[in-house]
Design a binder for this molecule. Structure first.
Ligand SMILES: C[S@@+](CC[C@H](N)C(=O)[O-])C[C@H]1O[C@@H](n2cnc3c(N)ncnc32)[C@H](O)[C@@H]1O
Length: 198
């Protein structure tokens, strides 16, 4: 949606990076297992923002396609990839109603929630493909200030992925005390899924 593009362009417009330069700790934690289990080296970064995770995956040898609605975020991602000396195929797209036409060995969905896209993501995995999900979990404080559509319910991610043919390799819900909640320190839910092989 155009309003998402405008909102995120504003956030990414400052010199600093919105979510930091370093890749997500969950991705760093799992990268060796990802490389061991991935059936191939194609990866898709859903809502890549400024590309911190796309660049990290490319540095680990993945052929990365990175999608986001924000042209400002994508421009920063392209700059980062160039500085790091890696290639990432950044594409500006609106993921609302988006159809993922290609197949991937790895898909990551970090800090972004569009429930309707999850079936598309699973369908876009090759047999044995991996999907990592890491996004914000509901809390009473967040429910007072955020749209419920953007927050995962307790147990929801596991319920969603348990219905697919495959296995959940890792799942956790990371609660944060109310007084400690803030930008960059949110209650989070993470999941690592492997689609059934052929
Ligand atoms: C919190 S950022 C996460 C960025 C990245 N995944 C990361 O962890 O560094 C959320 C991202 O979702 C993107 N976004 C929001 N609505 C979108 C939409 N409808 N289509 C595509 N991207 C969207 C924003 O532009 C922003 O880059």
């Amino acid at each position: 949606m155009e309003e998402d593009r405008i909102k995120w362009n504003r956030r990414f417009a400052s010199e600093d990076s919105f979510l930091g330069e370093r890749p997500s700790p969950f991705l760093r934690q799992e990268i060796e297992r990802i490389k061991r289990l991935a059936p191939g080296m194609t990866a898709l970064d859903i809502a890549c923002g400024e590309g911190r995770n796309s660049v990290f995956l490319a540095q680990h040898g993945f052929l990365v396609t990175a999608l986001d609605i924000s042209d400002v975020g994508i421009a920063k991602g392209r700059r980062r990839a160039e500085e790091a000396g890696v290639r990432v195929d950044f594409r500006q797209v609106d993921l609302d109603g988006y159809h993922i036409a290609e197949s991937f060995d790895l898909i990551i969905n970090f800090n972004f929630l569009l429930r309707a896209l999850i079936p598309e993501e699973v369908a876009a995995l090759v047999p044995g493909g991996l999907l990592l999900f890491d996004t914000i979990l509901e809390s009473p404080q967040l429910l007072a200030t955020h749209k419920p559509d953007y927050l995962l319910r307790h147990g929801e991610l596991v319920r969603i992925f348990a219905a697919y043919d495959g296995e959940i390799l890792f799942a956790e819900e990371d609660e944060v005390e109310e007084q400690d909640q803030g930008q960059g320190n949110m209650p989070t839910t993470r999941l690592f899924f492997r689609k059934a092989g052929s």
